[in-house]
Every structure is written in structure tokens, then in C-alpha cells.
Design a binder for this molecule. Structure first.
Ligand SMILES: [Zn+2]
Length: 441
């Protein structure tokens, strides 16, 4: 791609900058992608640039913020200060912009970029790229990812006070926290692994949202923020939209953007594929998790998936086959080494179970603490089956993973578990502590 731009302006684009020159008072900037791409993007402005070079993995990251605010921001600022709203002309440069300057948080965008690239490389293996440009765009309410380039909405760069003054509190559901890690995750989901058809798009958006959850647990000191993230995702799926529909009921993930129509509303796919796609991957992560190796099996599976489909387009069935390659014996609920049961319920179906746990603790004759539990599954069809994790919360706040109960249909399972080695009675037993299973709250 060759761009002719006025002197003093900068451009960031998909590919590598191969040449920059000045011809007849214009800057000429030439970019070349290293491999064929399905899409290419660019960002153009009077930018201030911050940069960092990672060594593990080898990755150059640049962050571009506008030196001057766009007109709509200046207009809002003047309105807030009681000045007349300018109807024409550009910002004179005399009004104090204060905290509405967006270059101050450019270092934050860069730091988030560095952390996200390191985290995703660790979990998913290398992306196809060695270079990423984070660029501020003047629209407030959406981000977008291109190969080696991300658009981050300008309102991300405002501090929370300014966002509140501007009435942007709708981002309270964590939008501002995850917009950067979500868009960076698309360097893997969408631009390293492509997705074949509209019915596979849930993986692009869902995996990007799930990746953001990993980012949240990396950067947030408070582990409850991770639970809040999943709580928000579930709320988006289960609340009614203006047309009266819950996204979870409207159709399966593979409906993709076909689920949007004049009856269901134009927002239903957004409410469906992002959070539910994220939950599907999160549920798999939690099923593959064990106390000894942690996320290792999940990482192996995701790295295998990325390596196998790097530079190619994957389908939902390709991903299912990859899950079946790495599934644990415990996940083989049908005894056929297949994950149809899970995909039929959550990817190709609209199932949503409700769980109830009745539990108590006794002390056995030899002093062993005995855990009595009755787990009831309801609101599903008779075929629905699940592995439901049971956790123990201790008085000191520790959460211990006890194991997973297998329950099928609208039924209850009862069991008595001796808690050998536990000296103190747990405070309580909890199901799905980490939102391991998408279910009614
Ligand atoms: Zn996205």
C-alpha cells in the first residue's frame, strides 16, 4: 500500500513500513504485508508515538495517540465549561483541554499492549506477526483489529472522571478495561487463525473476549474482578433486549449475524456470540484445568489450534476436533472420545441449566470430615449432561477444588465425600465458583 500524506502527519498500516520519502512537499509511505491478508487497515493522524520492543516473544509495539483532540471532543469540552458551542471552524488551540488530552494515557495503552502480547503468546503460542501498532481513533464507542494494527476508541484515553462527565458510564460493564486486550487478541483470533464462515465468527469474537478475561486476571490484584467479568458476560446473555429477547434463547452460536433481524433486534448477535463464545472457551479451560498442571492442557490445546490453523481459516468442527484431541478422560461423557455432548448443548444448541446444591458436613467415627451433597440439575432436556465443579470455601478465604460431579437430565446426584487430610470444617461448598459452567445465576 502506498500513501501520499501531508508533511507532519503519520500513518500506521497493516504490514511493514518499507519506505518513507518526501516527494514534492508530500510524505510518501509504502507498506508491504509479509503474507497474503484477507483485510488491511490503516490509521492516519497527527500522532505522538510511544514504543516498546519485547524480546520474549520478539515483538515491536507502537502506540499512537492524537496530539490534538478531534472537533467533537473540543465542542463537548467547551460546552462543559459553559462556552458557546462552536458550530464551525476547528479548535483554536486556546481552550485548556486539561484531562481531555489523550496523549497522557498513551503509555497505558502501550503497557497494556505489551502485557497482552506476552500473555497471549504464552497461552496461544506465537501469532503470525512480530509487530503491532495501537492507534487512537476518533470514534468513541468501538474498537477494531486489523493485521498488525488496532483501532482503540478515543474515549478509552479519557480518565474515568471525564468519561462520567461525558455520560459514558455504559462502559461500566468493563468495556473500557477490555477493549484493548479484546482487540489485541484478534491478532490471534481472526488474523492468525482465520474463521471460515459467518457461522464460525463466534470463535473470533468469543475467543477474543475470553482472552480479555485472562488479561483481567493478570492485571487485576483483586481476584473478584475476574468473577465480575464473567458475571457481566452472563448478564448480557440473559437480560432481555428492547425487543424482549434473551440472546441465549434466540439461537445457537453458529447462527452468527443471521440471528439479527427486525423481530429479534439488531443487537442480538452482539449479545450472543461475544459472551457465549467466550463462555464456551472458558468452560473448556475450566474442564481441562487440574490442580497439578493448572492451565497446561488448555495451553497445549490452544497452541496446537493456532499452529495448525495459522494463516488458514478454521471451522467450528475443526475446533471441535482439536478439543477432542486434547480432552481429558473425565470429559469423555459419552465414552466415544467425542465432545458432541458439549458442542450440541452450548455451540449448536441453546441449553441453559439451573443448579441447586444442598450440602452439609459431618464428622466420621475416626474424626474425618464428611461432605454430604445433593446436586440438582433442572431446566434442561433429558439428553443434557454436564460436569459440574464443586469447590470448598475455607474460613481463611481459600477456595479448594473438590472435583466435578457428572449429572445428566433433570436429575439429582447425591454423594458422601470423606475430606481426608482436612483438619477444619469448610465454611461452605460452592458450585461453579469460577463460573465454570454457563448456568442461570
Ligand atoms: Zn472483536
Amino acid at each position: 500500500m502506498t500513501f501520499h500524506i501531508p508533511k507532519g502527519m503519520k500513518i500506521a498500516a497493516t504490514g511493514v513500513l518499507v519506505r518513507e520519502s518526501n516527494e514534492g512537499g508530500q510524505n510518501v509511505s509504502v507498506w508491504k504485508s509479509e503474507a497474503p491478508e484477507t483485510v488491511a487497515g490503516f490509521s492516519f493522524g497527527r500522532f505522538k508515538v510511544e514504543q516498546a520492543n519485547l524480546t520474549k516473544p520478539e515483538y515491536a509495539i507502537e502506540s499512537y495517540a492524537n496530539e490534538e483532540s478531534p472537533e467533537w471532543v473540543n465542542a463537548l469540552k467547551m460546552e462543559a465549561e459553559g462556552d458557546a458551542l462552536p458550530t464551525t471552524g476547528s479548535h483554536s488551540g486556546s481552550a485548556p483541554l486539561g484531562t481531555m488530552s489523550t496523549t497522557g494515557l498513551n503509555k497505558k495503552a502501550l503497557a497494556e499492549g505489551e502485557l497482552a502480547v506476552q500473555l497471549y503468546s504464552d497461552y496461544f503460542g506465537p501469532s503470525r506477526f512480530k509487530h503491532l501498532q495501537l492507534t487512537q481513533q476518533t470514534a468513541c464507542d468501538f474498537g477494531q483489529s486489523w493485521p498488525e494494527l488496532v483501532w482503540i476508541p478515543i474515549c478509552y484515553y479519557f480518565d474515568t472522571t471525564v468519561r462520567h462527565q461525558l455520560g459514558l458510564d455504559w462502559g461500566d460493564r468493563g468495556y473500557w478495561k477490555v477493549v484493548t486486550p479484546h482487540e489485541i487478541a484478534h491478532q490471534w483470533w481472526g488474523h492468525t487463525v482465520g474463521f471460515a464462515y459467518g457461522r464460525d465468527q463466534w470463535m473470533s469474537e468469543g475467543f477474543a473476549d475470553m482472552s480479555a478475561s485472562l488479561f483481567v486476571s493478570l492485571v487485576e490484584k483483586n481476584p473478584k474482578k475476574f468473577l465480575a467479568f464473567w458475571n457481566d458476560e452472563r448478564e448480557i446473555l440473559l437480560e432481555r433486549n428492547p425487543q424482549g429477547f434473551r440472546a441465549i434463547d434466540v439461537g445457537p452460536l453458529t447462527m452468527g449475524y443471521r440471528a439479527n433481524n427486525s423481530r429479534t433486534g439488531s443487537d442480538i448477535t452482539r449479545r450472543l456470540i461475544y459472551p457465549k463464545g467466550a463462555y464456551v472457551l472458558h468452560m473448556l479451560r475450566m474442564m481441562l484445568h487440574d490442580n497439578r498442571s493448572g492451565d497446561q492442557v488448555f495451553k497445549d490445546m490452544m497452541q496446537d489450534f493456532v499452529k495448525t490453523y495459522s494463516g488458514k481459516a478454521a471451522t467450528t468442527e475443526d475446533f471441535k476436533t482439536m478439543v477432542e484431541k486434547h480432552m481429558t478422560r473425565e470429559m469423555d461423557l459419552d465414552g466415544n472420545h467425542k465432545m458432541d455432548w458439549f458442542f450440541n448443548q452450548y455451540v449448536y444448541g441453546t441449553g441453559l441449566p439451573t443448579y441447586k446444591l444442598d450440602s452439609s458436613f459431618d464428622t466420621g467415627a475416626d474424626g474425618t470430615i464428611i461432605f454430604n451433597m445433593k446436586l440438582t440439575q433442572s431446566g434442561v432436556d433429558d439428553e443434557f449432561k454436564m460436569l459440574v465443579p464443586v469447590y470448598l470455601e475455607m474460613d481463611d478465604g481459600r477456595i479448594l477444588s473438590l472435583g466435578r460431579a457428572h449429572v445428566a437430565g433433570n436429575n439429582a446426584v447425591e454423594s458422601k465425600v470423606p475430606l481426608t487430610g482436612l483438619k477444619l470444617k469448610p465454611k461452605r461448598a460452592v458450585l461453579n465458583y469460577y463460573d465454570d459452567v454457563l448456568a442461570t445465576p
